[in-house]
Design a protein around this ligand. Structure first.
Ligand SMILES: NC(=O)c1ccc[n+]([C@@H]2O[C@H](COP(=O)([O-])OP(=O)(O)OC[C@H]3O[C@@H](n4cnc5c(N)ncnc54)[C@H](OP(=O)(O)O)[C@@H]3O)[C@@H](O)[C@H]2O)c1
Length: 169
């Protein structure tokens, strides 16, 4: 049974990005992201792909980028023109990459896929970001929080690793 999950970090006011980048530096969250996605398919929007180091797909994952552009080339990644085609391709690779598909953003892709997402791994960063330009959607009530672990890093920034389950899907 395929399962679609979101892996995301968002501020208290749901900001996930500023000018094509993350608004914070949280090494433990980067490690969490790696552990959650390693050896799995990861689906992302074209802008998120272009925010990756060296504009290159992440190692040891099946990188899938969606764009409306014809002939878009992405190093170490497969490119599709719709979310549906990206999901079908990820599913076709299950023998090698398993049955959990990770959607890693950005805001547009999170919004389009929320209704058929079973689980959300949300790192809630306990701060308000004023100049954000990419946002995580408000989770509807049928997403129930099943876990929350609060952390504080050395610079005083605190965040919680939260897990939500979609009770409708
Ligand atoms: N905090 C986090 O967890 C997190 C995670 C990911 C990203 N981010 C941040 O979020 C920002 C990027 O997010 P974003 O919302 O601006 O952009 P995005 O969702 O990454 O990419 C948007 C692009 O994806 C393509 N696209 C969207 N829907 C499509 C569809 N249905 N079919 C085909 N192509 C489609 C379009 O590309 P074309 O214009 O090429 O057609 C669109 O312009 C960056 O700041 C990044 O650092 C944060």
């Amino acid at each position: 049974m395929f399962s679609i999950v979101h892996v995301v970090a968002a501020s208290e006011n749901n900001v996930i990005g500023v000018k094509g980048d993350l608004p914070w530096h949280i090494p433990e969250d980067l490690q969490f992201f790696k552990d959650a996605t390693i050896h799995k398919p990861i689906i992302m929007g074209r802008k998120t792909f272009e925010s990756l180091p060296n504009k290159k797909g992440l190692p040891k994952r099946l990188n899938i980028v969606i764009t409306k552009q014809e002939n878009y080339k992405a190093e170490n990644a497969h490119v599709f023109n719709s979310l549906e085609k990206a999901l079908d391709f990820a599913k076709s690779q299950k023998d090698q990459y398993g049955e959990e598909l990770c959607i890693i953003g950005g805001g547009e892709i999170f919004k389009q896929s929320l209704e058929f997402t079973q689980k959300v791994f949300l790192t809630r960063v306990h701060t308000e970001i004023q100049d954000g330009d990419a946002f995580y959607p408000e989770l509807p009530d049928h997403f129930k929080k099943i876990e929350s672990i609060k952390k504080t890093q050395e610079d005083g920034l605190s965040y919680s690793f939260e897990t939500f389950e979609n009770k409708k899907a």
